[in-house]
Design a protein around this ligand. Sequence first.
Ligand SMILES: [Zn+2]
Ligand SMILES: [Zn+2]
Length: 180
Amino acid sequence: MFRYHPDPIATGSAERAEHVCHVCGQHREVRYTGPIYGRRAENLCLSCISSGEAARALGIGAGGLAQPAQFSDAVGVPADVPLDVVTEITQRTPGFVGWQQESWLFHCADGAAFLGPAGYHDLASHPDAISMIRADLRRSGWSDGDADELIRGFDRTGEPTAYLFGCLHCGAHLASWDSG
Ligand SMILES: [Zn+2]
Ligand SMILES: [Zn+2]
């Protein structure tokens, strides 16, 4: 259903739970559990996220000032990524829970697919993702020793946590991280 978030139940952004969706009023079986940057909805189905109904219905403001709700943030988007890709990711794709307001990652002029929160052992089979985090840390002035210590401490449920993505074109793995 979602090009950029293939399995929202596996990543923890949705759960199997019978509910009546706040937006469409239908009985649904999979409920969104990720962030909403807009008006709150206790029960929201994935169909309403996919169709864009949820972004419209939970937006803030009215008329010409209306701002659609977003489910994730997109910061530092590369210039070669089309705007409609960014809109699909922020308004029509389930977001993911992080310690802070997480940004999506991009590769090969497209959004990458979110594969889930990751601990050190989840990342260990994706050395390209570890290299990306290490390069980001080096640019921020971290020593290699401190960077390795941080990376070894990544925890899927504790903190700090890494967020793993896969490029839909070249197969590269990418990751960001944060802590509370
Ligand atoms: Zn719905
Ligand atoms: Zn790529």
